[in-house]
Design a protein around this ligand. Structure first.
Ligand code: NA7
Length: 542
């Protein structure tokens, strides 16, 4: 008899999705095991502990909504929670619901194989540990597959160096270690949402900070603030309204587009509204703007012009300001980094911007970064170069379905999925926040809850009906994949290159295709509910 441990379900990943999925399946009475690469819960928040790492979602719209007790027990300290506080929150969740007892930590799943005869999945970790289960549920995150740049010499640098998602841990707390940037020559490569958060902190302490920028993003002010006791008391009273607002919004945030065109209003009214939004906290200036700013390029151009003027007003040197203004995309067509005095950093004497479009990196050396014009000597070099987004966390596991078919091959020309929750030839394989899933462009815990609850209902349904195998049909996955592409065509996301489109300068082999779902969270939920109401239409069940 096999000694491989046997479960009803195996979950890969103990981030926000994996933690909740574990809780829900345990409530169903199932035997569940979670395998997690990190040494603790938290997923994205566990790995990303660089200085400045924090939410861009309003904190109180981000936490789990499923436990009234938890909602009343936890006090958010800031409107946009910093990473150590978020980890403290997730630690509370893990302790309160005794989640850690069912999680194996320091266990990266490297292989998952479907055994057709047994109708079971077998996983194997890098350490050689194995386990089997009827269901395999992935909770691997959208931005978790760390991508180092493909620059010659990345292993040559003799100083302190790592990717932002591998920042060392503070042994005494939940955040990142103080690596001693104070007074040092620090270099940061990459100016996406992560780079921006890190740069504005590093500039406060570094002797000299050199920012290596390939192409700038349009950043906008976060406007974070502490949450007072009175505010927190008010938030606790209003959780039902907060979550209702999120449910009704297109991306699960507390903001919704204004159902008006920029062209319906006068120039003065439009400018005043843009200005109002610019002074508001969070993503409202992106996701609470006139609806056509994200659909119509002419409308987007007006908002883009406003945002470019803001950058010019914040950066003293006009030549430098132009280098910080994106010319290859409009505002909001790529993920908008939220800033706190980011642009003002470039007015400081201790900060230099190196525009890699003018002077490309030739190689990383023992001493620093050699660009086409000079060698920049550094003590610390941080790579804020992003991730093999959305599909990377899947394709880095050797996943084999029916008849030896590999998921990696199935997705070679871009993912093919049904509801972003599974695919043909991969029975009982359920992908929370997978590519094409409504949770990919969303205030993620809001949509994670929808995903987890839907999957839990499916598993309950199967148990009640004594069904043991669920697999999307080819027709259903083709139709959904087409629908995903169509929904993206109506947005401006497809009009530029970004990780939304699977474009990564370090991965030229990755196909350019829309990896998210742009139809909106309410439409996605409605479709999932309809599928469930029709006995999981589009899935072959037996
Ligand atoms: P992103 O948004 O993918 O940003 C990565 C940045 O690194 C971006 O500015 C890239 O420039 C730059 N990059 C990547 N490779 C290189 C090389 N080889 N040389 C120079 N610069 C490079 O990742 P983040 O971690 O900032 O954010 C990820 C998400 O996390 C974010 O959207 C949030 O949702 C949370 P490029 O864009 O290619 O011009």
């Amino acid at each position: 008899m096999s000694t491989t441990p046997q479960y009803d379900a195996i979950i890969i990943g103990a981030g926000i999705a994996g933690m909740y999925q574990l809780y829900r399946l345990r409530e169903l009475g199932l035997k569940v095991r979670v395998f997690e690469h990190g040494s603790d819960v938290g997923g994205t928040w566990y790995w990303n502990r660089y200085p400045g790492c924090r939410f861009d979602s309003e904190s109180y719209s981000y936490g789990y909504s499923w436990s009234k007790e938890l909602l009343q027990e936890w006090n958010w300290k800031e409107h946009f929670s910093p990473q150590p506080d978020t980890m403290e929150y997730l630690d509370l969740v893990a302790r309160k619901f005794d989640l850690r007892k069912d999680i194996t930590f320091n266990a990266r799943v490297s292989k998952a194989t479907y055994d057709e005869k047994a109708n079971e999945w077998e996983i194997e970790t890098e350490n050689g540990e194995r386990a089997r289960a009827r269901f395999l549920i992935t909770a691997v995150g959208v931005l978790s597959a760390t991508q180092m740049p493909r620059i010659p010499g990345v292993d040559k640098f003799k100083g302190i160096s790592f990717h932002t998602s591998r920042w060392p841990k503070d042994e005494k707390g939940f955040g990142g270690k103080d690596i001693g940037m104070k007074g040092k020559r620090v270099g940061v490569i990459g100016t996406g949402a992560t780079g921006v958060q890190l740069i504005q902190e590093a500039a406060k302490v570094a002797g000299h900070l050199t920012v290596f920028q390939l192409a700038p993003e349009f950043c906008a002010p976060l406007r974070n603030a502490p949450i007072t006791d009175d505010e927190m008391a008010h938030i606790k009273e209003n959780y039902p309204e907060i979550f209702k607002k999120c449910r009704e919004s297109s991306a699960g945030f507390m903001h919704n587009f204004v159902m008006k065109s920029v062209f319906e209003v006068s120039d003065e009214e439009r400018e005043a509204f843009f200005e109002y939004l610019y002074n508001r906290p969070g993503f409202e200036k992106w996701l609470g703007n006139y609806v056509d700013t994200m659909i119509d390029p002419r409308a987007n151009a007006l908002l883009t012009d406003f945002m470019a003027r803001k950058i010019r007003s914040r950066v003293k040197d006009p030549v430098l300001a132009e280098k910080l203004i994106p010319k290859n995309h409009g505002f909001g067509m790529r993920r908008v980094p939220m800033d706190t005095n980011y642009y003002e950093v470039y007015n400081q004497d201790n900060v230099t911007l190196v525009d890699l479009r003018e002077t490309p990196i030739e190689t990383i050396t023992e001493k620093g970064v050699k660009t086409s014009d000079k060698e920049h000597e550094l003590d610390i070099l941080i790579y804020a170069t992003g991730f093999d987004a959305v599909t990377g966390a899947f394709t880095r596991i050797d996943i084999t379905g029916v008849g030896g078919k590999k998921l990696k091959d199935k997705w070679a020309d871009g993912p093919v999925t049904y509801l972003g929750i599974g695919g043909h030839d991969f029975p009982n394989f359920l992908t929370l926040v997978g590519p094409h899933n409504g949770a990919t462009f969303c205030n993620i815990p809001r949509c994670i809850e929808q995903n987890v609850e839907w999957v839990s209902d499916l598993m309950k349904y199967m148990r009640d009906k004594k069904l043991t195998r669920v697999e999307p049909t080819v027709k259903a996955e083709n139709e959904w994949t087409e629908h995903v592409a169509e929904s993206a065509q109506n947005s401006l996301f497809t009009k530029t290159d970004s990780w939304f489109m699977g474009v990564n300068i370090n991965m030229p082999e990755k196909k350019r295709t829309f990896l998210l779902y742009a139809g909106g969270a309410p439409a996605y939920k409605a479709k999932c509910d309809e599928v469930a109401a029709h006995d999981y239409e589009g899935f072959a069940l037996k």
